[in-house]
Every structure is written in C-alpha cells, then in structure tokens.
Design a binder for this molecule. Sequence first.
Ligand code: DLL
Length: 419
Amino acid sequence: MSREQIEELQLERLQETVAHAYHAVPHYRQKLDEAGVRPRDIRTLDDVVRLPFTTKADLRANYPFGMFAVPRDQVARIHASSGTTGKPTVVGYTHGDLDTWAGLVARSLRAAGVRRGWRVHNAYGYGLFTGGLGAHAGVEKLGATVIPMSGGQTSKQVQLIQDFEPDAILCTPTYLLTIADAMAAAGIDPRSTSLKVAICGAEPWTDELRAELEERMGIDAVDIYGLSEVMGPGVGCETVETKDGPHVWEDHFLPEIVDSATGERLPDGELGELVFTSLTKQAFPVLRYRTRDLTRLLPGTGRSAMRRIERITGRNDDMIILRGVNVFPTQIEELVLGIPQLTPHFLLELTRDGRMDALTVRVERQPDLSREAGEAAGTVLAHRIKEFVGSSVAVRIEEPGALPRSEGKLARVRDLRGA
Ligand code: DLL
C-alpha cells in the first residue's frame, strides 16, 4: 500500500474503533464525555490527539474485565502481564482477534526471514505471558512447524536444538545468551547448530548484544516488538534485510510519539514515549495507550510504506536518575560490550548513599581472563560510563557464572534503596 492508502485505511478503522470503544466500554465513554469528544468528532487521523490517553492505571482500575468490549461468550482467550507490583493487567481476544494476531506474527516472522516449511523452536514462555502462545499461533499460520518448547529447562533446550534441527528460534535476547552459554558449557559450538535466524524481543537490547549473538551463534538476530495491552508479540518486527528497527504494522495499530512529561505529540524522528491506538481489535480496543517505551518514529525502509520505530532505548520505568543524569540499562550494555574482556552478563544495583542514589555495575569477566585483567577492564568501564553517560558509578568485576542467568525477561536493575 502507498502511504495515502495506509492512512485512508487507518482513518476508517480509527473511526470504527473509537465508536466501538465508546459504545461498549463504560470507562472510554466516561473519559470521552469528560473530554467533550464524540466518536463523530474524529474526522482526520490528527483528530486522534483529541482522545484522552489510556494508562496502565486505567487498566488496573478496571481489573479484571472492565475494559473488555464484547460479551463474555465472545472472549476466546485471556492473557495477563504480571507486572512488578500489584495486580496483573488482563487482556482479552475474540476468535477474530486471535486470527488477526496470528496473521501479524506470521507477517513478522516472514519479514524476519522465516519460511513456510521451516522448523521453529519457540522458547518464549507459554501461559499468561503473550510471548509463547502468541508466537506459536504465528508460526502455524505461516505454515512452518512449531516446536512448543516454552522457556526454562535450558539443557533440554540445547538437546532439542541438537536433535530436532530447527531453522529458527524465538526467545528473549538474554535467554538466547543463556542458551549459547549452555551449548558452550556442554562442548557444543554454538555456531555449529542448524539455527539460521533468532527472532528476539520482549525486552530492550542493543546492536552490540545483537552483534555478540550473531557472531557467537552464526545467525541473524532480528528484533520483534510488542506488548500485551496492544496485542502481544508482533505489533512490529524488523526485516532481516535491513535490521534497522521494527516496522510497525500500521494497518492494525496507529503509533504516536509524545513527550512523556507534557503528553504533547512530537513530530516523527523525535525521541519520546510510544503511544498506540488499536485499529481492528474487538475484545480489547485501546485508545492512545501509553506504553512507557521510549523510541522515535522513522520512515519505513524494508518493503512497505509503514513506519519503523527505532529499537527501544528503554522504558520510562527502567530509567535510573543519578544526580540528575538519566541512565538506561541499554547504555550500560553498549559500553560493557565494547570491552572484549567483559561479558554481557551484568546487573545494575541501585543503593542509597546518604541522600544520594548510587549505582554499582556488577559485570562478569571473560572466563579465560585473570582476576587482575578483569579489574583493569572494570576501571576502563567506569571511565567510559563517566565519559559517555556523564555519571560516576562503581564497577564490581564478578567471577564467571556469579550473576543470575536469564530464563526470559531479564531484570537488569536491582533496586536496593529500601533495603
Ligand atoms: O513482551 C510481548 C512480546 C513477546 C514481544 C515476545 C516480543 C516477543 P509484555 O510482557 O506485555 O509483552 O511486555 C511488553 O516489553 O512495553 C517493552 O517495554 C518490552 N519489549 C517488548 N518487545 C521489545 C523489544 C511482551 N523488541 C514490554 N525491544 C514492552 C525492547 C521490548 N523492548
């Protein structure tokens, strides 16, 4: 589709979605009434800014099913995202929604280089998390063979990759690292497997980690993006040919970037918070959902006129403020991986030092390295963080294997300020 055709379709679907949400969900009706907006006021795509935002707090306040927009006998599936505190966020899907979702994951996998007839090892967790079942349905829809392994049981993952010879693997980038380490520990060269492509997402990762995974495993590592509130995996995906940030499937989701503090819409190209309005969802439409993910909207490159997002820098929630300087775990990841003596296994510990917050970067040295050489690399890291991030941090070099390994989404930050 041309850009004009996409926007025409988006407007038509936006109008339907706003009307559906307004008539079926009391929360949306009340919010729109308060804002003085009626569905018929949405005449152009830019009118979306007249709609009030939806936040995670709104979903929590309507726990568990208050935001559902169809009668219960039309809800075919429920997922929930655990969140770190309080109640989970619950989302629902009609049969039609599940079919759309499978189609978008299939489209994502195709863009990532997966082909009909391939065997695909799915190591995203099955259950309430959208990763496992969401990716599963997409593999089937594409016409590939799905191996529904789920997360965890790493030595079994390694064995099945050896025995079933899959062409592609789906898992978080940090779990792929755990799998590569487990292969090496078992005396298997991670480059020797049948795997050609990894489709990684569900957590922020950098081009440096991508390069490390691609080099160690001899694969292409492609970024897939999504979130439960908007659908699950497959809201967008990179194309394997370009690997320049996920294309957003704009026929189903309308993306915006807003200033996190003021909520004001920002022009394409500027860094801010990603906001989505769903365009086709029946059971759980979302209007201007604040993702808390920080990125920018960029023109499409791969093979469509749909826009891309720059790979996510981080989430608002993961941002650490050290003496007024914003620090993201991805910035530390970039710097750690720039030092060959260090491994991608690092953990950020936040403590309180009097009235000031302090950050300790704990990072494992390479296994074949002496303790002294590791310490020297740690000093280099501390300098680089000061130089590039602008904040002084403590660096603690750890023994190989000392830090917790990922089994899915890895928590990079440990907050010990209340301890
Ligand atoms: O993580 C859905 C998913 C599963 C995406 C498998 C990709 C692969 P949630 O558990 O609701 O859903 O978490 C969504 O994870 O708001 C981002 O902060 C983060 N996230 C997801 N994909 C990426 C990515 C799934 N490619 C939250 N890069 C989102 C960076 C990502 N962060």
